[in-house]
Design a protein around this ligand. Sequence first.
Ligand SMILES: *Cc1c(COP(=O)(O)O)cnc(C)c1O
Length: 370
Amino acid sequence: MTTLLPMATPDLAWAVTRNDAAKPVAERDAILADPGFGKHFTDHMVDICWSERGGWHRPRVQPYGPITLDPAASVLHYGQEIFEGLKAYRHADGSIWSFRPDANARRLQRSAKRLALPELPEQYFIEALRQLIAIDGDWVPSAPETSLYLRPFMFAKEAFLGVRPAHKVAFYVIASPAGAYFHGGVKPVSIWLSTEYSRAGKGGTGAAKTGGNYAASLVAQAEAAEHGCAQVLFLDSVEGKWLEELGGMNVVLVYKDGTLVTPKSDSILEGITRDSILQLAEDRGHRVERRQVSIDEWREGAASGDIVEAFACGTAAVVTPIGMIKAADFEIGSPDAVAGELTMSLRAELTDIQYGRRPDPHGWMLRLDA
Ligand SMILES: *Cc1c(COP(=O)(O)O)cnc(C)c1O
């Protein structure tokens, strides 16, 4: 059955088709009890079409399921694709909230510009999240540190093998319940320093959230795993000297005087988690520096005791302490390093805001279910 619902933006009316084969409550509850990450998906998905002639049109909520694509769809050949990642959090009173979704909407627009895709208006992005939560809100888990991960994405679906920006594009949102990232407490991870591979180059797509950057990181990530590391750290592609970021997380160093330093570069993805953590640190009176920082500075600073903590940050794992860096010919830190004190207290402050356990001084939270 399809019904038309009015939408906050007057020019788009949403068509909602309920999933007749939605998961029974018992099955959903079993998934929510142990969701893992990115393995299970809710009963519905959202999509909005774009064409060069018609602009954004036909917003829909429909049953979750396979997408039919022409084999010549340009995304399958030239990778014209971007995505976002954010979470819906259940608060103690049952309400459902997201964290700075306007920042995700704007970042999707920046990614779109770089990948020659159309910019989705911010209000359509937010409305898409609300529509999905309106129908799949019961999929937001309530156990501590769990959430519903929301994955908006956009791709070129025009059937055309010529090389130019596609004239037909689709925007989707899917959702996947996520368990606590760390079982049995947050533990420091070991990180492999890739010297052979770069994730992005000067003038490339490093600052856009696009699948190609991830594709480029996978062999390095596999190399990290071979060395017993959870993640890979990339350096700049020109000098092989300056810190950039991990495959999907930003990196921050903490100095003994309380200063936080994070790499500045045109080829890293500007994380919303990092921006928020650094804001919270500034609120506490810490100095924050966004500047070039070399792997040698980290090595020497860790050896001299000037650099006392390091962490990675991103939506999925929030904040992950870095225990050690392993490179082909040196190591920083040690495998049994303990999580840094400031790292853990900033992590706690951020998650307390996200889960509604503490006031939200910057107005970062947006309610999705009302
Ligand atoms: C998404 C992403 C991040 C983290 O961004 P958040 O907004 O904090 O989730 C960092 N690096 C890369 C490459 C990413 O794709």
